[in-house]
Design a protein around this ligand. Structure first.
Ligand code: GRG
Length: 281
């Protein structure tokens, strides 16, 4: 399967879930807000990573797709809530009005809540065996970490820049952004746990962690370049562009060293990860 096919499969599955939701007894405004958010032109990075990881473990797309959609639902809810006036207070996301600007703040909160619930409904509808329960539990744990990362960031917002350490920022990234990226790569491992060597877990986790950290660092660099970071607490703002680029290179080196220890065909996953590093949006 190539990336276009993977993306088409993800979009098809999202459409199917939206069709089911529309047929249910859902308030029409709530449905519209959820649809607006889910069909908003996101890159689908997390479901893509999950499909690519699943292929390394020879899992069928049909088996992993519900987890991939559940993860995208969690990601989408986090963006809706992140844009709210009480959080980042953003009017524009992906080049169009944010959910609360179109549907109002209350409906945006509810749309986020609905997406979060949808994620768990999807998971509960598929989990059967031990590995799948572990995978769903891991997804819930990562979604909780994301919320924790946001809270950590908020508590440092008014801190003096000079008192903020690299560890403070990396701890925020580790939870806020990296947790869902890690989740995308680790969930297929847990789903297929009966078939794989458990020793691979630590190495896979390291690769997943580094890909997630690079993803956030690249996001920071793009924000700085386009002038939209308005003095936010980021690695680039605190330590400069050069140090950030050096750190990305170091994380890439670590990925390559760790990959050689994984007895898996990681080629497609790594190709996609390097496209993410080179991305311009
Ligand atoms: C308020 C209970 C409650 C929870 C909210 C807001 C929040 C918790 C977490 C925010 C997490 C967050 C927004 C992290 C930013 C991560 C990031 C780089 C997002 C952008 O991801 P992309 O580029 O987005 O994959 P697209 O648009 O492509 O989907």
């Amino acid at each position: 399967m190539n990336n276009n096919c993977r993306l088409e499969a993800i979009e098809r599955a999202i459409c199917e879930h939206l069709n089911e939701l529309k047929k249910s007894d859902i308030d029409s405004n709530l449905y519209s807000a959820v649809e607006y958010a889910l069909q908003g032109g996101g890159k689908r990075v997390r479901p893509m990573l999950m499909l690519l990881s699943a292929e390394m473990f020879n899992l069928d797309t049909d088996i992993i797709m519900p987890y991939a959609i559940a993860l995208e639902c969690i990601h989408t809810y986090s963006l809706i809530h992140d844009d709210l006036p009480a959080m980042d207070d953003d009017d524009i996301r992906r080049g169009r009005l944010t959910v609360h600007k179109v549907y109002g703040e209350a409906m945006a909160i509810l749309a986020g809540d609905k997406l979060e619930n949808m994620a768990y409904e999807i998971l509960f509808s598929v989990i059967k065996n031990k590995g799948e329960i572990r995978a769903a539990g891991y997804l819930a744990e990562c979604a909780g970490k994301m919320v924790n990362g946001q809270a950590r960031e908020m508590s440092l917002i008014d801190a003096d820049c000079n008192t903020i350490s690299i560890d403070d920022i990396l701890n925020i990234y580790n939870d806020k952004t990296t947790a869902l990226i890690r989740c995308a790569i680790m969930v297929p491992y847990y789903v297929s746990s009966a078939k794989v060597n458990a020793k691979q877990e630590g190495n896979l986790l390291k690769v997943a962690h580094n890909i997630g950290t690079i993803f956030q660092l690249v996001d920071d660099m793009l924000d700085t370049e386009s002038g939209v970071d308005d003095g936010k607490l980021t690695y680039v703002n605190n330590f400069g562009l050069q140090k950030t680029q050096q750190f990305v290179a170091l994380l890439e080196d670590e990925i390559n060293t760790t990959l050689s220890k994984l007895d898996l065909n990681t080629e497609d996953l790594m190709q996609y990860a390097s496209e993410l590093t080179a991305r311009r949006i």
